[in-house]
Design a protein around this ligand. Structure first.
Ligand code: FDA
Length: 307
C-alpha cells in the first residue's frame, strides 16, 4: 500500500522540500547515494573496483523542464567521463543516465536529448568506456529506445534498460537480443497503469523470467539488474543451461543494497556491476528506493526518532 504513495511523493515538490530539509534524512540517503560530489563518487568506484566489482555511475537528475538544467546535466556527465578516463578502469566503470535529465520532456525533447547525449557518449568512448540509458516511465520508452538505436549506429556498446513490468517488454527483448545489444533487465521502478503494465508482483516476476530466457537465448550481453534471490538463481541456471561463459553476461545491483550478495556472486566468478548514484538531486531516486522495500522506510523512520 505504501509503495504507490511513496512513488507519488517522489514527484511532489512540497514533499521534496520537506524531506530534503529534514536534517536526519542525510544519513539514510547516504546508504543509497555515494556522495554529492564527483570526487566522492569516483572514490567509491575505485574502492568497489579494488574489491573486484564493476560500477556504473549515475549523476542524479531527472524530469528536467529548464533547458539550462539539461545543459548542466550534459556538462556533469562530460566531467564524469573525463574523471573515468583518469581513473583508467576502462569498461569496468561505465555511466548510466536518464534522458529526462537531458531535456527529453522539453518541447522538441527527443532531438534535444539526442543532441545533448551524443557528446557524452563520444566522451565515454574516448575514455574507453560506455553509457547505458536508464529507462523511465512508459511514455518515454519509444523515444529512449529510438535514441538508443541511433547512438548504437556509431557506439554499439551503448546499453539500454528494459522493464519486465511493461507488457511490451517481451517484444522489446526479442528485438534487442537479436541486435546483440547490452541490455539491463529490471522489474521497473515506476507506478504504471494496467493498460500498459502488469500490476501483480507475481506477474512482473514471471515476465522477468520470460525476458531472461529471451535475452540469454539471443546474441546480446544480458545485464541482470535485480536483487531478488529467486530471479538471481534462475538467471544463473539459464546461463548454465545456455552454456554462457562468465564474461558473456553480468549481474547488476544498486549501491547499498544486498552488498554481501554482490560479493558472493563476484566470488563465484561472475561479473557484478554496482549502480553508484551521486549528486545533489537525490530525492526522486531515494523515494523509489523507499518504495521498493517497507523495511527501508522503517529504517528511515527510526533514524528520525532515534536522535
Ligand atoms: P524486489 O523489489 O522484489 O526485491 C528483492 C529483494 O531485494 C528484496 O526482498 C530486498 O531484499 C532487496 N531489495 C530490493 N530493493 C531494495 C531496496 N531499495 N533496499 C533494500 N533492499 C532491497 N528501474 C527502472 O525503472 N529503470 C532503470 O533504469 C533501472 N535501473 C536499475 C539499475 C540497477 C543496477 C538495478 C539493480 C535496478 C534498477 N532499477 C531500474 C530498479 C528496478 O526496476 C527495481 O525497482 C529494483 O531493482 C527493485 O527490484 P528487485 O528486482 O531488486 O526486486
Amino acid at each position: 500500500m505504501l509503495g504507490p504513495a511513496l512513488l507519488a511523493a517522489a514527484r511532489n515538490d512540497g514533499i521534496r522540500r520537506f524531506v530534503s530539509a529534514a536534517p536526519l534524512t542525510r544519513p539514510v540517503v547516504d546508504r543509497f547515494v555515494a556522495g554529492e560530489r564527483l570526487d566522492q563518487a569516483t572514490a567509491v568506484a575505485a574502492g568497489l573496483a579494488a574489491r573486484g566489482l564493476r560500477v556504473t555511475l549515475d549523476h542524479l537528475g531527472e524530469d528536467v523542464h529548464d533547458p539550462a538544467e539539461a545543459l548542466r546535466a550534459r556538462d556533469a556527465y562530460l566531467a564524469l567521463a573525463e574523471a573515468l578516463g583518469r581513473l583508467g578502469l576502462g569498461e569496468r566503470a561505465e555511466m548510466s543516465l536518464k534522458l529526462s535529465a537531458f531535456g527529453q520532456a522539453l518541447p522538441g525533447g527527443h532531438d534535444l536529448a539526442l543532441r545533448h547525449v551524443l557528446p557524452v557518449v563520444e566522451a565515454a568512448a574516448a575514455a574507453g568506456t560506455a553509457v547505458t540509458l536508464d529507462m523511465e516511465s512508459h511514455p518515454t520508452v519509444d523515444s529512449t529506445l529510438a535514441v538508443h538505436a541511433e547512438l548504437r549506429r556509431r557506439f554499439p556498446e551503448t546499453g539500454a534498460v528494459l522493464q519486465s513490468a511493461l507488457l511490451r517488454t517481451e517484444e522489446d527483448c526479442r528485438a534487442l537480443a537479436a541486435a546483440g545489444a547490452r541490455v539491463r533487465l529490471v522489474k521497473g521502478a515506476y507506478r504504471e497503469p494496467a493498460e500498459v503494465a502488469h500490476q501483480a508482483r507475481r506477474e512482473v516476476d514471471r515476465a522477468y523470467v520470460r525476458c531472461l530466457g529471451l535475452l540469454f537465448a539471443g546474441e546480446g550481453y544480458p545485464m541482470v539488474g535485480t536483487h531478488d534471490p529467486r530471479l538471481l538463481a534462475i538467471a544463473e541456471a539459464i546461463a548454465t543451461r545456455r552454456g554462457r561463459p562468465a564474461g558473456s553476461f553480468e549481474f547488476q545491483m544498486l549501491f547499498g543494497v544486498r552488498e554481501a550478495e554482490q560479493r558472493r556472486l563476484a566470488a563465484r566468478g561472475h561479473r557484478v556491476r554496482v549502480y553508484v548514484p551521486y549528486g545533489t538531486d537525490w530525492y526522486a531516486y531515494f523515494m523509489r528506493r523507499l518504495a521498493e522495500r517497507p523495511a527501508n522506510l522503517a529504517f528511515f523512520a527510526r533514524s528520525l526518532v532515534s536522535r
